[in-house]
Design a protein around this ligand. Structure first.
Ligand code: MG
Length: 389
């Protein structure tokens, strides 16, 4: 029996993780859950899975959770310490980190220090602190298993292969809803249109990131840290059908790909079962004949500049990826609020990056300080570019 902690259990990935537990109740047990603000849904999960410990982001949320749990006795904690308590609980073997944004950073590091296997769905953790997180994992002999579908695919393709045999990684991207839009048309798209992702059902922030290609940019940085390859060894291709989840080219010219349905339960199950493979039971299988054709195109880097901003951040290194990530979060928030145009998102990010003096990422304090600075700087930039301003 493997015992799970799920950070972000009420979100899209968290709910998929619980569906994997339901399908494998003989092999997986929920030991700990953490959510941001949704006390009602977390209370329903507590009633169903009876975890040893549960966390809400705030003390107020914890009070609402206790009220919603009624007579059931539960160990409720809150705040950043609460998240760490969930991630490091004695009864936990695998920590699935699916909390949104940067909240999971300390908790992931603490889980690694306590020897927990980390199944990582939150790419911000590696974008902001890849060196600290992978360094800690090496020191503590802990595996980081990627849940992000592309990296999960690469992990499967690389299984047991020597790093020296890798020529390059090829990340696939659906291209998002605006793949074929002209530069002019992109100027006037709104949040409602951007939230209509063609192939994946995901949270709001990542869906906008998919539309700008920043999601792929963040994934390039994530791939660098997970697989120890350089920016020059990571390529991106647009693959609108989202069936080939990513590929690895080996030095002899062979390309190995992983194909499957677009369903996050697949990579989550892989991370839970690794190094074994389990019967997917409740999941539909990929029907190649129905899928028909598979297309691949080069990304339109001029219309979607976020991708190259991410490459620049990775090549420069140090704190620049932190700035990229923080400025993007702010810009996306403003876009979702209807205050910023779609094509202004990369402008906010680029101007914030240009204003930053790059440092080395030596501690989490550096990461947090630069994150704060970047958010403030990006907010000012976004206000200056606001619609109707
Ligand atoms: Mg992905």
């Amino acid at each position: 029996m493997k015992r799970l902690a799920i950070l972000g259990s009420t979100g899209s990935i968290g709910q998929s993780a619980l569906a994997v537990v339901d399908a494998h109740a003989d092999r997986l047990r929920v030991a700990a859950l953490a959510a941001g603000d949704n006390a009602a849904l977390l209370a329903a999960q507590v009633a169903r899975y009876c975890p040893e410990i549960v966390a809400m982001a705030t003390a107020d949320g914890a009070d609402r959770l206790k009220a919603a749990c009624g007579s059931q006795t539960v160990n409720v904690v809150s705040g950043p310490e609460g998240l760490i308590a969930v991630a490091t609980h004695l009864a936990v073997d695998i920590v699935i980190c699916a909390s949104s944004g940067t909240a999971g950073l300390e908790a992931v590091l603490a889980a690694i220090e306590h020897g927990k296997t980390v199944a990582l769905a939150n790419k911000e953790v590696l974008v902001m602190a890849g060196e600290l997180v992978t360094g800690a994992a090496r020191r503590h002999g802990v595996s980081i298993l990627p849940v992000d579908s592309e990296h999960n695919a690469i992990h499967q393709c690389l299984h047991g292969r020597d790093r020296a045999e890798i020529k390059r990684l090829i990340l696939t991207a659906s291209g998002g809803p605006f793949r074929e839009f002209s530069a002019d048309a992109l100027d006037s798209v709104d949040a409602a249109a951007a939230l209509q992702h063609p192939t994946w059902r995901m949270g709001r922030k990542i869906t906008i990131d998919s539309a700008t290609l920043m999601n792929k940019g963040l994934e390039v940085i994530e791939a660098h840290w997970l697989f120890g390859v350089t920016a020059d060894q990571i390529d991106v291709v647009i693959h609108p059908q989202s069936i080939v989840h990513s590929l690895v080219e080996l030095i002899d010219g062979s390309i190995i790909a992983q194909l499957g349905i677009a369903d996050m339960r697949l990579p989550i199950q892989y991370a839970c079962s690794y190094p074994e493979r389990w019967d997917a039971r409740t999941l539909p299988t990929l029907d190649l004949l129905r899928a028909g054709r598979l297309d691949f195109h080069a990304p339109a880097r001029d219309r979607f500049p976020c991708l190259d901003l991410a490459y620049r951040a990775l090549r420069t290194g140090g704190t620049l990826p932190v700035v990229l990530n923080a400025a993007n979060e702010v810009a996306v928030e403003h876009f979702l609020d209807g205050k910023l145009g779609f094509t202004a998102i990369p402008r906010v990010i680029e101007e914030t990056m240009n204003a930053h003096h790059v440092e080395n990422v030596t501690t989490l304090d550096v990461v947090r300080r630069v994150d704060q600075w970047s958010q403030e700087c990006a907010r000012h930039t976004a206000q200056a570019l606001e619609l109707n301003a």
